[in-house]
Design a protein around this ligand. Structure first.
Ligand SMILES: O=C(O)CNC(=O)[C@H](CS)NC(=O)CCC(=O)C(=O)O
Length: 278
């Protein structure tokens, strides 16, 4: 069996604390629910956007940005993936870019040998006014936008990568060409989350006929920002399979490739696409 997990947490500016929170939740997963499943199961765990540091501003993030393939946070993720023999989607973390005052919001997937399997740099940046206590989000002030989509070919599934605000751009997911699983590490705000989170996740699941694993930040953060939680997993039919509404923990469910194939066979949306609609 392949198990899907969305890990929810309330990240602070303290990298060490955040990493030990991730470690603790993984340890818990592999002593409780994993005991009920087979030893040969595959597991994918998705961490939220900015799991290693959040709510501390772009400057602090820049100071802790790591070169790709080198750094404390990447080493920790790789070790955890190896220790638990799982696929670990490292939500997003600051990775140095070619712009000196900016970094990529990069999501790195590690495999069961601790190897880097795939990476994706967030493409759509959240320069948005929200009616909350932050008001003006200006992600592009400190983030270099990525410029290509990424689909990881795991032995049992094609996994499309995205991050948070990307969720509002269906064309990104269409470009992935019907992945089996879409991952959405997020730091969706309380206000926009209440209004749009479930509708967007459900739509992406239905229109791409895929599993959607969405791991969100939850609760109040240091700078006063509030995130929506509700980390969850949707099925390719648009069913809400599992959810953790608030606090820290995991939403978990099973990836059923046969069910996905059945849906795509009965309703062959992919082969009904008419071209570029001009
Ligand atoms: O800036 C940081 O420290 C970390 N990055 C984030 O929190 C990002 C950019 S501000 N948040 C989102 O994309 C929220 C999207 C969202 O809430 C929506 O689409 O409604």
């Amino acid at each position: 069996m392949v198990n899907l997990h969305a890990l929810q947490m309330t990240s602070s500016d303290n990298v060490t604390e955040n990493l030990s929170c991730v470690e603790g939740l993984l340890a818990k997963l592999f002593t409780s629910s994993f005991a009920n499943t087979g030893a040969h199961d595959e597991n994918i765990v998705v961490l939220p956007e900015c799991f290693s540091m959040f709510g501390c501003g772009g400057r602090a993030m820049l100071a802790r940005a790591e070169a790709l393939g080198d750094g404390e946070v990447q080493l920790a993720l790789s070790s955890l993936a190896k220790q638990y023999q799982l696929y670990l989607v490292g939500g997003s973390m600051p990775i140095t870019s070619n712009e000196p005052q900016k970094y990529f919001a990069c999501s790195i997937i590690y495999g069961p040998n601790g190897e880097l399997v795939s990476r994706y740099n967030k493409m759509h940046l959240f320069d948005v006014n929200v009616d909350d206590n932050t008001q003006n989000y200006n992600e592009s002030a400190y983030t270099t936008a990525g410029h290509c989509c990424s689909v990881a070919s795991l032995p049992f599934a094609r996994v499309g990568q995205s991050i948070c605000y990307d969720l509002r751009f269906p064309e990104l997911y269409r470009k992935m060409n019907f992945p089996d699983i879409v991952v959405v590490p997020s730091a969706f705000t309380q206000v926009t989350g209440e209004a749009h989170w479930h509708a967007l996740l459900k739509a992406r699941a239905i229109e791409n006929q895929c599993y959607v694993v969405a791991a969100n930040q939850s609760g109040k953060h240091q700078d006063g920002r509030e995130t929506f939680g509700h980390s969850c997993i949707y099925s390719p039919w648009g069913e809400l399979l599992s959810i953790i509404k608030s606090g820290q923990g995991m939403a978990s469910s099973v990836f059923n490739k046969d069910a996905l194939t059945k849906i795509r066979k009965a309703m062959p949306v992919r082969s009904h696409i008419r071209g570029n609609y001009e």
